[in-house]
Ligand binder design. Structure first.
Ligand SMILES: *[C@@H]1O[C@H](CO)[C@@H](O)[C@H](O)[C@H]1NC(C)=O
Ligand SMILES: *[C@@H]1O[C@H](CO)[C@@H](O)[C@H](O)[C@H]1NC(C)=O
Ligand SMILES: *[C@@H]1O[C@H](CO)[C@@H](O)[C@H](O)[C@H]1NC(C)=O
Ligand SMILES: *[C@@H]1O[C@H](CO)[C@@H](O)[C@H](O)[C@H]1NC(C)=O
Ligand SMILES: *[C@@H]1O[C@H](CO)[C@@H](O)[C@H](O)[C@H]1NC(C)=O
Ligand SMILES: *[C@@H]1O[C@H](CO)[C@@H](O)[C@H](O)[C@H]1NC(C)=O
Ligand SMILES: *[C@@H]1O[C@H](CO)[C@@H](O)[C@H](O)[C@H]1NC(C)=O
Ligand SMILES: *[C@@H]1O[C@H](CO)[C@@H](O)[C@H](O)[C@H]1NC(C)=O
Ligand SMILES: *[C@@H]1O[C@H](CO)[C@@H](O)[C@H](O)[C@H]1NC(C)=O
Ligand SMILES: *[C@@H]1O[C@H](CO)[C@@H](O)[C@H](O)[C@H]1NC(C)=O
Length: 810
């Protein structure tokens, strides 16, 4: 066996065994197959031999229809991975039946015994034809000679299961694809499909309506493109590209059979890989593509506008309203929008003023497939569109483009340089803003009422005018979850000209501010940024998506000239280093410390594993952990590496006070992975245990490096002597031991030996036990480098791990 173990491989296997072993329950008695003469109806089901999948009738969500489907038997709730009759539901299962027909096909008969669905497999007259549900979730039909003549994996619905090879069957010429459900209540095919690009390059693509491609996986180069998978993927699953005489297809297989995962194209067009976490009893996302929901073609339907910065990402264009208010209320936008007033075009009785006009929409992603015209000016372009009744919009960007039919894929952009343009959309004149000829105006409105309203309006306009600056801040606040873009002047105002400094670090100073609605914020003035404005905005946008209870939320930003500022929610509890190291603060009790540790671990695990893009914090230390009113820990200052760019490590290594938290990779120049955060986290754990900075001066003036001492004490089993003496021994010994051991594992020199943050959370939650760690060799290096005293080191014979099969667990 390899002495250098694959990072996390033994770990994940152990973890997964631990998590999922409870699922391998044998379901004796239930049949896993359906043979000639048998039929399924009512609530009868067949269950795979291992007991993990079940096939039978089900009713999705609020639907009243019944479908034949396959779902996980062992997972609460009903997660359906395959549907047979997705377009032809039955309404009564007691007399409907699924059976093997005389000619060896699998058929579904409705109450009138009419076939509504069939496997359409090759006819087989053998009376030993049988349909078997396998432990992979695959339903296969085998004929008399036991050859598979049909399998559900060749006819996936919206889910690709591990082991299912999706692509082209070269013999039949059939292209397999997955197609989204219409919505969560209706498995009928929706507009989004995923498939291999049939005759072109070897890549997976997502399409809308079978034509518009909105996401590409990238061409297969013999390796799975790691940018769309988490770092864990190579130990959990393997991707294979098959290209032989029979088929050209791609599939993923699970290296550990207890890892439960599925990949689904959902009804909003996103491709998601999910995995089941037994401890929390929920599905978690492994990856999502495309990253931005607005990149999904026609996300908001016809005449809908996608806006990634709003919590309700879809809205209708001005002059339009949702085609189905009911669907929009449930955030199902595919039905799009319809005109409030139909166009007047072609109606000769309404000319001039009453006709159609154009509304200007700036900074829009223009719809695809325009008609290009060779017209010399914007006026000609407008006139041409006006004269052609099927023309719905035009744009003039160097040349004239017009669009007929539905406008789709509109997106509101914010950067002038992100490739958008100005779109002129055609509206009935009465729908234009400020139009006076609104035909639906209630006639009985008296002049006085109008006068009154006008008066109020005037007052409002006056107010708005007077408080223009404040308005912007206020308005921005209204859009709760979106990222606010501030002007520099706004922030000067908010922070009273940067008068109240909260702190300063390597990347700049932080100031306290108060928004107009008296929300308190922390404004960080970044220094040393060399990044261009566009890239900065892109990175800020990705950071704004990050929301977790243990991560400080980014509320807004400002980018003006060379000035870059970030606006965060304000944490009244201050930073962790203050509570730990300041003598005049109240001592944090052990329970509180443990909660803080768990909070930080969850926050980091989220950044590493749960976000759409893995974010390595790179600067984990107590100064970057903030506490809220209730002492809930929140990780701050994440994403700096993204914002600072290439110069980051230089900035970092020159910051005093950070050096003690830096993993050896920073110094040795090895590639930086999320394990550098695990290392820093480990260092921080020691400080939480001792209540002191790791590097301190002892009474006799010599330097002490606490982790050295701690590591040896942990191995000697003398853990209580490490505990902050201010706690007077009031602590749960089991928890202290756990944290000590964990800290030692986290600061192992080889990153492969450090646990992932996800695992750290599991250990802290008590789901997993943590074994005795070896003495981290890195400490010896550090001790020499920094000529710090590390008395006990020489007496410990622990230079090589005691056992080559390094494992975190006993
Ligand atoms: C079908 O299921 C029954 C009941 O579990 C079992 O006895 C039989 O062997 C199975 N047949 C096949 C072909 O798997
Ligand atoms: C299945 O249906 C029958 C008859 O409708 C009923 O008696 C039985 O309880 C049902 N079984 C389950 C598991 O729901
Ligand atoms: C379903 O069919 C059975 C038998 O034909 C009948 O008794 C039952 O009332 C029907 N159920 C519904 C909901 O129509
Ligand atoms: C069964 O299906 C046929 C064909 O689709 C349809 O005409 C018939 O009404 C269905 N019967 C029931 C009871 O739904
Ligand atoms: C069906 O199986 C029986 C034995 O179980 C056999 O006698 C019969 O010939 C078979 N019929 C066909 C059509 O294969
Ligand atoms: C039929 O084939 C499957 C898989 O190829 C095998 O597991 C099974 O034992 C075979 N059954 C018989 C009766 O040969
Ligand atoms: C979807 O595709 C079909 C066939 O390719 C086409 O006829 C139809 O117009 C398309 N729908 C839209 C809304 O573009
Ligand atoms: C033209 O407009 C008039 C007035 O709104 C309306 O009554 C008439 O139905 C319209 N004709 C057509 C063909 O749209
Ligand atoms: C119009 O021009 C754009 C950009 O050059 C091109 O992508 C598009 O295919 C053209 N449209 C037509 C209908 O030729
Ligand atoms: C309107 O413009 C489109 C696109 O240029 C063209 O195909 C169509 O024939 C025009 N219709 C009329 C009535 O001019």
């Amino acid at each position: 066996m390899d002495t250098e173990m694959r990072p996390g491989s033994s770990l994940s296997i152990f973890l997964l065994f631990f998590l999922f072993s409870s699922l391998n329950i044998q379901h004796c008695g239930a049949a896993d197959n359906l043979s000639l003469g048998q039929a399924l109806s009512g609530n009868q089901t067949i269950v795979s031999k291992e007991g993990n999948f079940e096939l039978g009738f089900f009713t999705p969500g609020n639907s009243r229809n019944y479908y034949i489907g396959i779902w996980y038997k062992t997972i609460p709730g009903q997660t359906v991975i395959w549907v047979a009759n997705r377009e032809t539901p039955v309404s009564n299962t007691s007399s409907a039946e699924l059976k093997i027909s005389e000619d060896g096909r699998l058929v579904l008969l409705n109450s009138s015994k009419i076939p509504v669905w069939s496997s359409n497999s090759t006819p087989s007259t053998s009376n030993s034809t049988v349909a078997v549900l396998l432990h992979t979730g695959n339903l296969v039909i085998r004929d008399g000679s036991n050859t598979t003549i049909w399998q559900s994996f060749d006819h996936p619905t919206d889910t690709v299961m591990p082991g299912c090879c999706l692509g082209l069957n070269k013999i039949t010429g059939k292209q397999q694809s997955i197609t989204s459900w219409e919505d969560s209540d209706n498995p009928a095919p929706g507009p989004f499909t995923g498939s291999m690009e049939p005759y072109g390059s070897n890549q997976f693509v997502l399409r809308w309506n079978g034509s518009e491609i909105y996401w590409r996986s990238g061409v297969w180069t013999g390796r799975y493109n790691p940018s769309i998978s988490g770092s864990k993927s190579d130990t959990l699953m393997k991707f294979t590209f098959v290209n032989n005489k029979q088929r050209k297809c791609a599939m993923y297989t699970i290296l550990d059979s207890s890892f439960i995962t599925r990949t689904v194209i959902d009804s909003s067009g996103l491709l998601r890989q999910w995995f089941w976490v037994q401890s929390t009893q929920e599905w978690q996302t492994f990856f999502i593509e495309p990253l931005y929901q607005c990149d999904v073609y026609s996300q908001c339907g016809a005449f809908g506008i996608c806006d990634q910065q709003k919590s309700n990402i879809c809205r209708c264009s001005y002059g339009f309203e949702p085609a189905s208010m009911k669907e929009w209320e449930f955030n199902v936008w595919s039905s799009g929008c319809v005109r409030k007033t139909s166009l007047r075009c072609g109606n000769k009785s309404l000319a001039g003023e009453q006709g159609d006009r154009f509304l200007e929409m700036t900074n829009m992603r223009l719809p695809a497939n325009p008609h290009n015209l060779t017209l010399g000016s914007a006026q000609d372009c407008e006139q041409f569109c006006l004269n052609n009744c099927s023309c719905n919009a035009y744009a003039y960007v160097g040349r004239c483009s017009i669009w007929t039919g539905d406008l789709r894929n509109l997106e509101q952009l914010y950067d002038a340089d992100s490739g958008g343009g100005t779109l002129y959309i055609r509206l009935a004149a009465s729908d234009l803003p400020g139009s006076s000829s609104s035909h639906k105006l209630v006639i009985s409105l008296t002049l006085s009422v109008i006068g009154g309203i006008l008066g109020i309006l005037c007052a409002l306009v006056g107010l708005i005018w007077a408080f223009q600056r404040r308005k912007r801040i206020w308005m921005a606040k209204q859009v709760e979850s979106s990222l606010i873009q501030f002007s520099y002047g706004d922030l000067q105002h908010v922070t009273k000209n940067f008068s109240e400094r909260l702190g300063s670090g390597g990347f700049g100073s932080v100031f306290k501010g108060t928004l107009i609605d008296s929300t308190e914020v922390a404004v960080k003035k970044l220094e040393g940024l060399r990044q261009g404005e566009k890239q900065f905005r892109t990175e800020v946008r990705t950071l704004a998506v990050i929301q977790h209870v243990n991560v400080v939320r980014l509320r807004g930003f400002c980018s003006k000239g060379s000035k870059r500022l970030l606006v965060y929610e304000y944490m009244s509890g201050g930073s962790l280093d203050f509570h730990l190291f300041q003598n005049n603060s109240t001592v944090l009790g052990w329970k509180m410390r443990y909660q803080i540790i768990l909070g930080i671990a969850r926050g980091l695990a989220y950044l590493h594993e749960k976000c759409r893009e893995c974010i390595i914090h790179c600067d984990v230390k107590p100064d970057n952990v903030l506490l809220d009113r209730d002492f809930c820990a929140k990780v701050a200052d994440f994403g700096m590496a993204k914002l600072i760019g290439r110069d980051f490590s230089r900035v970092l290594t020159t910051i005093r006070g950070t050096i003690g938290y830096l993993a050896p990779e920073w110094i040795s120049g090895l590639p930086i992975t999320s394990k550098v955060d695990v290392y820093s986290f480990g260092m921080m754990l020691f400080e939480l245990i001792s209540g002191k900075r790791n590097a301190t001066q002892s009474e006799d003036g010599s330097k002490i490096f606490f982790p050295c001492l701690a590591a040896t004490k942990v191995i000697e089993g003398d853990i209580f002597s490490l505990l902050d003496h201010r706690l007077n021994g009031v602590a749960d010994i089991e928890e202290v031991t756990r944290v000590c051991r964990l800290a030692c594992w986290c600061i192992q020199e080889s990153e492969g030996h450090r646990p992932t943050m996800g695992l750290v959370v599991q250990i802290l939650e008590g789901v997993l036990e943590v074994s005795m760690p070896p003495l981290p060799r890195a400490l010896q290096v550090l001790a020499q480098d920094q000529s710090q005293r590390c008395d006990h080191l020489s007496s410990i014979k622990c230079k090589d791990p005691p056992d080559q099969s390094l494992d975190f667990y006993q």
